[in-house]
Design a protein around this ligand. Structure first.
Ligand code: SAJ
Length: 424
């Protein structure tokens, strides 16, 4: 296949960069999305998500004529499905987008095509959900239509670099499917490509994020234990990690994003009687915003009347604009339900929020407590002198071990660190 034609269904955080990268490597790419705004923007060379350098790459791809967008699929050599797989309120995978995308491509499938699921999905999705739909094409799966899973593993903020350099796992419904799909991704992947069966690939992807979620749950549980025992968890983790085979992650106000807070549920859903640690870890991390609120209550127990709290950062992790599943948003909702808090937030990455102040001084005005919720680089050196002047009570609650205790205290603030029983 010299210049393969690829149809990418879903132009979000994964589908759009993947389309752009194939297109800038000489492939003809049709990006498909049900959202006309995204399609129209892309055809003008504009992008609808924030990701470093993606705008430049998309412009180049569109200008070269190799990348076009449409609301309907086209005939192609390969079809890549990169649509959302969210969890519902009762923690079950919502596979409706995968089903709709698979059904949408059936009329365009021809002998020799590939169909690749990139979306993170519960193990079994390709064989149990997609294959029965794809069979409607009349093509023999694994012989005339090559089918598999090639999970994305990129980190938001570093997507373009990681797409090329990360190792990839490719699982096929049979060996030849995996090999055909590997040859396609080799067009731009520099990392190793490991082949396996489709269920193992699906499981690997959710296990990777589950590993991280369980590890963070351990850190969060330790934070609470250390608070009770008068110990500083951050020092414990730092020193324990000096052991050559220990790597405990960092505690914090909770786990957000569309991956770690979601993917472990895909395992729990399939085997609820066995996935005990996984489920407990999810619940432990989900309970952190309430724990942060309990600590805020405790810090402000002597303040009478409405207590004013200034929250710095509302995204799910630092230096990005993404608020999906952010534990800080959850914290704000818990505070709203209580009704005795006046909330103000400041996050330079987020354009609009109902409590948004215009800067670090405005957010601190009349406040009883500043909560450092997200460790954006720009919060490293706060204008503490000016903030101190406008605050009612000088308290700083650092949920990320990000600020310098000495510096904060030298400006007349009380410094409280999440997970540090010694600072209580
Ligand atoms: N967090 C902690 N403590 C830590 C590390 C992270 O509380 O020690 C929190 C962060 O604050 C954030 C959440 O975890 O709220 C998730 O952040 P993250 O940076 O760990 O991960 P994501 O969700 O941005 O991206 C992950 C990555 N997976 C792994 O590192 C195993 C990425 O490679 C995947 O491609 C992505 O999920 C995905 O799409 O599945």
């Amino acid at each position: 296949m010299s210049q393969p034609k690829i149809c990418v269904i879903g132009l979000g955080y994964i589908g759009l960069p993947t389309s752009a990268i194939f297109a800038t490597h000489g492939c003809k790419v049709i990006g498909v999305d049900v959202n006309e705004k995204i399609v129209n923007a892309l055809n003008k060379g504009e992008i609808t998500i924030e990701e470093p350098y993606l705008d430049i790459m998309v412009q180049a791809a569109v200008r070269s004529g190799n990348l076009i967008a449409d609301t309907k699929p086209h005939e192609a050599d390969a079809f890549i499905i990169a649509v959302p797989t969210p969890v519902t309120k009762d923690k079950k995978a919502d596979m409706s987008y995968v089903v709709a995308a698979t059904e949408a491509i059936v009329p365009y499938l021809r002998k020799g095509n590939m169909v690749i699921l990139e979306s993170t999905s519960p193990p079994g999705t390709v064989e149990e959900l997609m294959v029965p739909i794809l069979q409607k094409s009349g093509l023999k799966i694994g012989e005339e239509l090559y089918v598999g899973h090639s999970p994305e593993r990129v980190l938001p903020g570093k997507i373009l670099w990681e797409l090329v350099h990360n190792n990839r796992i490719i699982g096929g419904v049979n060996r030849v499917s995996a090999e055909k799909i590997r040859d396609l991704y080799k067009i731009f992947v520099n990392g190793e490509i490991y082949l396996t069966d489709v269920r193992t690939a699906e499981m690997c992807k959710v296990v990777e994020n589950t590993f991280r979620d369980v590890n963070i749950a351990l850190a969060n549980e330790l934070a609470r234990i250390c608070e009770r025992m008068g110990i500083n968890v951050w020092e414990v983790i730092e020193l324990a990690n000096k052991h050559p085979r220990v790597n405990i992650h960092q505690p914090g106000p909770g786990v957000g994003g569309h991956c770690l807070a979601v993917d472990p549920w895909f395992i729990v859903e399939k085997v609820p009687d066995l996935a005990k640690i996984i489920e407990l870890s999810r619940k432990t991390n989900d309970s952190m915003p309430q724990h942060v609120l309990n600590r805020i209550d405790e810090i402000l127990k002597d303040v009478e009347g409405v207590r004013r709290v200034s929250i710095l950062g509302i995204t799910y992790k630092p230096n990005i604009d993404d608020v999906r599943e952010s534990p800080v948003i959850e914290l704000i909702e818990l505070m709203e339900k209580r009704g005795d808090y006046e909330i103000r937030v400041y996050d330079p990455y987020v354009k609009a929020h109902k409590y948004k102040a215009k800067d670090l001084i405005e957010v601190a005005e009349g406040s009883d407590l500043v909560v450092l919720a997200v460790h954006h680089d720009c919060f490293k050196h706060l204008p503490l002198d000016d903030m101190a002047k406008v605050m009612r009570n000088r308290n700083i609650f650092d949920t990320r071990n990000f600020l310098s205790k000495e510096e904060v205290e030298s400006k007349g603030f009380r410094y409280i660190l999440l997970g540090n029983g010694a600072s209580r």
